[in-house]
Design a protein around this ligand. Structure first.
Ligand SMILES: [Zn+2]
Length: 106
């Protein structure tokens, strides 16, 4: 299986985090809500480093990388999530191998 370009993915992940943090600081409630975790709808801790705590930011993929590897680096497929929520979602996936592959990017 082809490995993604890690440097490019890191850049996209940084940009996506910055976008979410900006949204979370917006005075517009409709913008602010976009920064929330798409899984539990609660605010994400954008003051913490990404992937450092359970409430910290994690880049999730709407269409899973396993089924849509070509969308792995497509920003339109990115979703803001808590690290804990994303990991919980991964644990519910039948294939344990996928969870390990996703964790590998971090
Ligand atoms: Zn969450």
């Amino acid at each position: 299986m082809a490995r993604t370009n890690t440097r490019r993915m890191n850049l996209l992940r940084d940009e996506f985090f910055a976008e979410g943090r900006k949204q979370s600081e917006s005075d517009d409630p409709e913008v602010k809500v976009l920064s929330r975790c798409w899984l539990c709808k609660e605010p994400i801790d954008y003051l913490a480093d990404p992937h450092s705590t359970p409430d910290s930011h994690n880049l999730d993929h709407f269409k899973t990388v396993r089924d849509f590897p070509e969308l792995q680096e497509d920003p339109s497929n990115f979703l803001h999530s808590h690290r804990a929520c994303n990991q919980g979602r991964g644990a519910n996936t039948p294939s344990l191998g996928l969870g390990e592959a996703v964790a590998d990017w971090w």
